[in-house]
Design a protein around this ligand. Sequence first.
Ligand code: UDP
Length: 255
Amino acid sequence: MNSPGTNAPFSRDDAEPMSRFRRILLKISGEFLRGDENFGIDPVIMDRVTGEIKDLVEIGVEVGLVIGGGNIVRGAEVQEMNRAAADYIGMVATMINALTMQGRLEHIGVQTRVMSAIDMNQVAEPYIRRRAIRHLEKGRVVVFGGGTGNPYFTTDSAAALRANEIGAEVLLKATKVDGVYSDDPQRNPDAEFHKELTYHQVLTRDLRVMDTSAISLCRDNDLPILVFNLDEHGNVMKAVRGEKIGTWVNREGRR
Ligand code: UDP
């Protein structure tokens, strides 16, 4: 593992680590950022999320972020044009969210870089893996915009891809529910909550944690996923501290 950010507590061998994970990839959907708005970004949600990311940086966690674009455009939902054309608009939408996130994070004093999978040189650095890792080592938050840069993919796949590339120890998938249920808990009161699952169970039971290509990529590279409720204040800190919240997905189906 690479050396931690500037004020990281991990170098103090005598101390209880403040975080279970040194480097994380946090995936936040565009829909989450929309909050109760019909479209775009709810500034209250944005401020709460950026505040919680700042808390992580302050204890020395290296934070990579992937933000979706579903609050603006989802290619698959656009009927009026070619799918690939709509997907490129979706990728640009993720850049709007990424740049907004950067602006708000820097406003509260968190150094942030946006790296784009599609060329946008005037507003963001191109995605270069080694450079991303260097930013993380320096304690900067890195927002990976533009998804994978390819149509027919989603930002879940981008999150799985970037998490593997940067050597994140966990992919934190933020949602508005506590984790993964056997069925929609709002429609079925008997829906069972899963605390732990294997990749295989997620795929074969079609549990829709993330899209299948994202799950497969995590499975093939043994990258654990934690699905958790970001709506609950303090949960992302609990997640990095290793508290048993949410649904944990890995090869063994055990934390
Ligand atoms: N997208 C894409 N390739 C990618 C990532 C995203 O084409 O690698 C497009 C796709 O149209 C997608 C949209 O960008 O629907 C927004 O991303 P996503 O749906 O994953 O956003 P979220 O649901 O997480 O808000």
